[in-house]
Design a protein around this ligand. Sequence first.
Ligand code: 6R9
Length: 572
Amino acid sequence: MKVEALPVIQGEHNLLNYAETYGQFDWKDAEKVFSWSETGKVNMAYEAIDRHAEGARKNKIALYYQDGTRKEKYTFKEMKELSNKAGNVLKAYGDVDKGDRVFIFMPRSPELYFTVLGAIKLGAIVGPLFEAFMEGAVRDRLQDSGAKVLVTTPELLNRVPVDELPELKHIFVVGSNVEESGKIQDFNKKFEQSSKFLEVEWVDRNDGLILHYTSGSTGKPKGVLHVHNSMIQHYQTAKWVLDLKEGDVYWCTADPGWVTGTSYGIFGPWLTGTSNVIIGGRFSPESWYKMIEEYEVTVWYSAPTAFRMLMGAGDEIVKAFNLSSLRHIVSVGEPLNPEVIRWGMKVFNLRIHDTWWMTETGAQLICNYPCMEIKPGSMGKPIPGVQAAIVDDQGQELPPYRMGNLAIKKGWPSMMHTIWNNEQKYESYFMPGDWYVSGDSAYMDEEGYFWFQGRIDDVIMTSGERVGPFEVESKLVEHPAVAEAGVIGKPDPVRGEIIKAFIALRDGYEQSDELKEEIRQFVKQGLAAHAAPREIDFRDKLPKTRSGKIMRRVLKAWELDLPTGDLSTMED
Ligand code: 6R9
């Protein structure tokens, strides 16, 4: 794909010279920002909140919260006290100790954040769940993790199959006038009465911090365990990649049920002492732009699916808001289509910076930085301290432009510690040469930029050509009629596979065979004849995860009449 690079942004960025820093950087030096590198007293919540509350940032706003009914703000000092109170509730009435699993199953609210931090202060392992999970998904995760405590809301309580969870001892319900019985306790009442003083539990850097369940293409979701040590990388990437500085107001749109909503919705911003905006409730383009305007957001971290929705809502509504506070936009979760970057340049006059990482990697690994040229469609380059490569199935490095496994040399600070109850699964991520194999396929160009092609299983082999679905999808969304596209390989006796596209049309476009043909020709001329979808199906909506990923395996299962596998993370 031919692209025009977007030039470096001049200015006072935290990372000023990528190549030089890459050559010199050592993680051993990075951990020195934390006093625990000398004292040995480690706790993520202390570093994220208390450290600032005890210093010059104590009266700085840590959290701006807003949803349909609430609008609140809290300083670092208040966050310290309120998370202490939540910690005291969990300790006194939930008997929470170091290493216990405390699960959080509720929509975003300030209490969610107090509770996550409070649990971490006790040395507990936090398991955040999406509020949209149904009973089966909740049961699988609580059972597998052996959760002892659950914090939820009255609305979600009936999705908790209490009888099937013998290890679950205490359920705290966040709401007013909760009726207490059996395991169920009124969180708010106890919270009111709790002390704002709490002794932080000092842990080892490799003690458990957070457990994120993530789905593979088959089997039950797996629990990815992260440890306190990951703070080194959360901090460092919040500096380099999010470019967070003292005066910033930062908004990460992700829910804490997704790793982006914890690593960069909680840890990254607060470790750097940044004012963090958290918005609950539903998505609408108007309300999102309104939040940027109202809080004068300077740094915004979101996902391609959201940017595509905003793009679909048109350029006119952007003009109705004053978005001049924005200075840095960052994206994660799915490949960022060049079309979306071009749209961003047009409406925000800013580059959107793609970042690549996974639940398992805990923090950003391959990124675009303000100090670096952006090649639209590329994920960027590995952060300093991280070595990335394209390897074959034996772990041999491949030369530029060869498509293969995107792999990372083991040893970055935020790497998962294990897969809960499944050491074997954990081991299966690694290849000879100490490579962590991501399951994504990509290639690297001669300048060291990485280009995403698809999940390994998604890559299409058609008439002997390897086609990454992302390239085709990106071309498809450039067509004015196409809002979203998902592309799969469909088995074909002659060609091996043919390319089949599922397309959701933009408002105002009618489905027709002529339009299909027009779209086919558009890809053929814009990309390559072999990359043009031979079959196109129109759908009102594409199956997506809650973090916005198009679920190609579901498209494929539909097409081939196969079982769809675990769907608990699918959007409603
Ligand atoms: C943080 C997160 C991980 C998978 C990953 C890849 C896809 C994430 C991407 C991207 C292309 C990017 N992915 N970022 N693909 N470009 N910038 O998303 O974690 O939910 O575990 O997903 O998401 O396929 O392997 P997670």
